[in-house]
Design a protein around this ligand. Sequence first.
Ligand code: ADP
Ligand code: MG
Length: 242
Amino acid sequence: MKLRSITKRFGALTALDHVDLDIEPGKTTVLLGPSGSGKSTLLRSINLLEKPDEGTLDFGGGPIEVSQRLSDQRIREIRRHSTMVFQQFNLFPHLTALQNVTLAPVKSRGMAKAEARERGIEALTRVGLAEKVGSYPSRLSGGQQQRVAIARALALSPDYLLFDEPTSALDPELAAEVIAVLSSLASEHRTLVVVTHSLQFARSVADRLVFLEEGKILFNGDPERFFNSEDERLKRFVSVVG
Ligand code: ADP
Ligand code: MG
C-alpha cells in the first residue's frame, strides 16, 4: 500500500508531516522513533482509527483522499485491509479465548459460526494456544493474552497486520513468546507493520526499517544500513535505546 503526504495535526502540533511511505506486501516493516515521534498516529492512520487531515491512502485501488467526507461504508471497506494489535491486548474478560477470536468475524463480517469456530481454532493453534481455546483471559499469562489478540487479528485475514508496541506491556520472558510468533508470521511472508522499541526485534525481523522523528521519516530502508548509519541522530537513538 502507499501513503502519500499523510499529515495529522492535533491543534498546533503536527504529529505527522507529509509522510510518504510504501508498505511492501509480504514484508515486515518496523517503525522506530523516539516517544511522541508519531509512530502510533501513523499506524492508526492506516486503518483510520485516526483520520489524517491531508494525504492519500492507496490499497491498490487508486489513491483515496483522506480529507474528503468518507461514508461509513467506505471507512469499513478501508478498515478491512488491516487489523491492529494493541499494546494492551484489549480482550473481553467474560469471553473465552475462542469466543474473543470469533466475535468479530461473526458479528461484523457475518461469518457463519461454524466457520468462524474452525478458523478461530486454526488461528489459536497458529499462535501455540490450541490447548487454551476454552480459557478465559484471567487464566492466561500476559504473553498468552497477547497471542490470543494476535489470533483474533489473524482470524480476520487482513492484508496488513499492524502491531503497536505489542511486547511493551510484557516481561522480557513473555515478550519473547510474542516475538517468536511475530517472527514466524514474518517468515510466512505475511505483511506486518510493527512499532517497537526492541532494536533486537528490528534487527532480526525487519525487512525494512522506518525511523520517525517529529512526524517526519528520517530513514527508510535496509535495517543493516540503519544500524551502521553515520547520521548523528540515528546513532544517538541506537545508542540510547539499544
Ligand atoms: P509515538 O507513538 O511515536 O509515541 P504518537 O503518534 O502517539 O507518538 O504521538 C505523536 C504526537 O501527537 C505526540 O506529541 C502526542 O502527544 C500527540 N498526540 C497523539 N495523539 C493525540 C491526541 N489524541 N490528542 C492530542 N495530541 C495527540
Ligand atoms: Mg505510540
